[in-house]
Design a protein around this ligand. Structure first.
Ligand code: SF4
Length: 109
């Protein structure tokens, strides 16, 4: 019995290592896309007048807002072209909506 169980030890160890490696890779992949969305009610977002939908920006309160401005065409947006959301330099660790907007909007160079 002891010989049999000793033979299985290395296989079990290899399997465990493979399982840990695969789990780690999945977690890393998930982390990249699992950043939470910025909430309009977050203190910083609220102070910058962030709206997840630029169409809902209060133009009276934000006279500098132009209808064609949104996160996707902001210099601070780091999302991939065509993605619904992406990281923004103003909100580290969070994602903003591509069609969102805030008062820090800056024209892409
Ligand atoms: S800084 Fe630009 S990308 Fe970030 S929330 Fe404001 S408009 Fe969107």
């Amino acid at each position: 019995m002891s010989v049999h169980s000793k033979c299985q030890q290395p296989n079990r160890r290899v399997f465990m290592l493979q399982a840990v490696t695969v789990t780690g890779a999945v977690l890393v992949a998930r982390e990249a896309s699992a950043q939470p969305m910025v909430s309009e009610s977050d203190a910083q977002a609220a102070s910058l007048g962030y709206k997840a939908d630029a169409a809902k920006v209060d133009k009276a309160k934000n006279p500098k807002f132009a209808a064609n401005q949104n996160c996707a065409n902001c210099a601070l947006y780091q999302g991939k072209p065509g993605a619904a959301s992406g990281p923004c330099g103003i909100f580290p660790g969070k994602q903003v909506a591509a069609k969102g907007w805030c008062t820090a909007w800056a024209k892409k160079a």
